[in-house]
Design a protein around this ligand. Sequence first.
Ligand SMILES: Nc1nc2c(ncn2[C@@H]2O[C@H](COP(=O)(O)O[C@H]3[C@@H](O)[C@H](n4cnc5c(=O)[nH]c(N)nc54)O[C@@H]3COP(=O)(O)O)[C@@H](O)[C@H]2O)c(=O)[nH]1
Length: 945
Amino acid sequence: MTLPIDVLVIEDDSEDYLLFKDMVDELRPRSYRLSRAESFEEGLERMRMGGFGLYVVDYYLGAGTAQDFLAAATASGVRQPIVVLTGRSDDAIDAQMVAAGAADYLVKGELSADTIARSFRHALARHQMLDALLTAQRQVARRERTLWTVLEDTIDALIVLDAGARPVYENGQAKRLRQLAPLDWPVLVAELLTGHSQPAERELRTLHGGARALELRSSPTEWDGMPATMVMIRDVTARKAAERGLHISHRVIESSVNGIVITDASSEDMPITYANAAFERMTGYSRDEVIGRNCRFLQGEEHDQAGIGQLRDALRARRETVVVLRNYRKDGTPFYNEIHIGLVRDPDGEVTHFVGVQLDVTERMRYQAEAAFRATHDPLTGLPNRVLLQDRLKQALALSRRHAAVIAVLFIDLDHFKTVNDSLGHEAGDRVLQETARRVSASLREGDTVCRSGGDEFIVMLPDLTQESDAVSVASRILNAVDEPFEHEGRPLFLGCSIGVTIAPREVVEPSLLLQQADIAMHSAKKAGRNGYCLYSDDLDRSASERLDLRNRLRQAIAGNEFELHFQPQFEIGSGRMCGVEALLRWNDPQLGQIGPSHFVPLAEDTGQIVQIGTWVIHEACRHAAGWVARGLIDCPIAVNISGVQFQRQNFAELVAAALDQSGLKPQLLELELTESVMMAPSGRAGETIRRLRQLGVRLSIDDFGTGFSSLSYLKRLPVDKVKIDRSFISDITHDSGDSSIVLSIIAIAHHLKLRVIAEGVESEAQLSYLRRQLCDEAQGYHLSRPLPADEFERFLSTPRSPAVQSLCTPAEGECRTLLLVDDEANVLRALSRALRRDGYRLLTASGAEEAFDVLARNDVQVIVSDQRMPGMTGTQFLGQVKDLYPHTVRMILSGYTDLQTVTDAINRGAIYRFLTKPWEDEALRAHVREAFLHGERHRQGASV
Ligand SMILES: Nc1nc2c(ncn2[C@@H]2O[C@H](COP(=O)(O)O[C@H]3[C@@H](O)[C@H](n4cnc5c(=O)[nH]c(N)nc54)O[C@@H]3COP(=O)(O)O)[C@@H](O)[C@H]2O)c(=O)[nH]1
């Protein structure tokens, strides 16, 4: 059952209302329930309160009319139908009411139940229709608004062009694009009219010099009932850039020199989903062969490599990592891969793929392996070096604590290796070292270690001996092996070695301590005469620590400038002239006082400290000598002792040149004393250094001659000026026939090679006298002067000569050297006397042959120097007669004219010993005269040369 509709009747006349009500009540069914408002105001009020489905209003209501009521209802938004009641029918009022919104118009006098029912039905039906229409209109309007918003806000540009290509609509994005490219825009739009059912791509240049990539599409449409073109433009700049980026990334991956593999992280076996060309080249596998497989096949059988565990852990934990693995190519060759694992995540952060970048690091690994080998092995012999030995020794010591094994260390040093190296060259030396390495290795058991610790030193570690005496057996085996002759160019070389042996004590010990002990024992074996072994003891340690102490103190001495030079003069036997000064090193130790070089030079040579000390000596000696020469105190060379270690240095000649340069000393006033062994190295650096020193003009002498090889053939080749006889031969020269014959031989050999000879260590008049008789040229020793500090030496130079020095020029009985000079020119005689006076001869002169015969009759003359052209008799005629009268005399012609035939005849007849030419050089003349005296003296003594 439907509910009755509430109807408000606004009627101020009660009778009219009741009449109206009676008629409505007649209606069946009773569809309407009436309420009454008795005035216009009440009617308005109740209308505004709402709740009625229909209003019936009397036209005239005192305060207002039905027309006013209609206007108020419209203004209040009341949309229920309003039926107007009036007293008379009037078309004008009727039209007026309908226009004002009345649903119907009823005339009071013409009312019946039927008319009311019909009117109410129409009013309500119309109202429903209007209401539905309004709701539909509102919906349409809402949708239209939504559509426009969508069109305006869409990311694509939308343009509608009319038939004349004029834009009739542009959305927001279209406007923005137009503003970006105002120049290109019209062209683009014009083109669009041609229609693009398929998307087309265009580029739009923007005002700011950029470019936008556009995708266009157009289609015919209608706009306001007119034909039009709808254009859709999509800005695809970002998408294009992304596509380009992807393309580049792909190219980069494909052209990478490193292998790149991508695996699927979501699958349990993580199969390969991509492999680049470099991977194919590196492994030899094609992509088709690897895609879908797990990478582990690359490791062949080696699945327990160290890096694999690390790799697995990282993959499981979804972590990046870097590992190095040994992989195998398809052909089976191994190669080293450095693998960098990276992760690819999806937008939720889940790892979807692993990217493996593979670098072929085989070369690097090989280089590292080689470097590791080089760092632990000796390149010449291939043996472990000291670093590796120390490492192994450390391990052996750690193990020995657990297994109670006996460990021994043997320190081996070749005997005479330096001589081989110096005299036969480094290549020969290298071959000896290689052969030694082989022999020592062959003398050991598996598990023992032999290392070359440098130079000619080898160290052996025996880590597992049953008893201590086994170490001695091994040492003996090595001694025998090295004692066998080596071979050089078909000739045998005998070397031998010295071995120091130490046994590791039971308590904890440092490897370096064992090596030190073995070294000490080896030095003791050397001292004991070489080619033997020595066992380490605490006593040995004490002497070694003394050496160590000395070495440290030497270091302080160098820093603290504790060195000083003493100077010992050298004299010419016969003239007494000071012919040289030797600089001798002294160390003024603050605690121990003055220390002689024999105590520290050998150690300084061992440690290399001699280089620094020796450099100081050369500079200091040159500085002193240059000062004394400048002050006219000396005019002879200063002799400096040079250690072999220093001489072997590459820049030795440059060092000497620098000392000469800095001091201003003339090169011919510097004499370097070198021992035979240093000089006799025939090739290599020694020879080159000697040549450079000779080029400088420096003098060279052989020190301690007689104590080394003293080889005549070598001596002949050496560019030296002087030979120094070692003082060990001089001390017993007067009563030891062995020493005296050695000294005699040295003098004879040296003179034969035109070298001067100096004897050192002359301590007595008897030794000097003996040397004089043996025709030794120079002497040095305490008998003449001790080495003196610089200031004392200066005083020595300016005080009268000691009797011992004076005795050098006052020959003993029967030893006076008398020289007769014959020339008819008085000024020539004076010049000759001046040149020869300083050599201590007794000088006699004659102005012609007749006077000369007279002088010869009254004096014992040994040497005669005669002019050739003289009045009465020529020089050769004169000397021919002298030969018959005084056959023991040595006769020489000094002439400005060379009559070759006459001279040759005279020489052949034995009348003259030598022919000298005018003008002469004083030094050369003095040498000739000196040799003439020696020649005569040898003849007189019957000495054989
Ligand atoms: N590399 C260097 N070696 C040097 C240097 N200075 C000296 N030496 C060498 O040291 C050795 C010992 O030298 P020293 O103790 O100075 O002895 C020299 C003289 O003092 C000593 N001598 C001189 N006359 C006599 C003497 O009548 N009797 C005697 N018993 N000794 C005497 O002889 C030494 C001189 O030696 P030499 O050089 O062979 O002429 C010694 O081998 C020095 O060479 C240096 O700076 N660098």
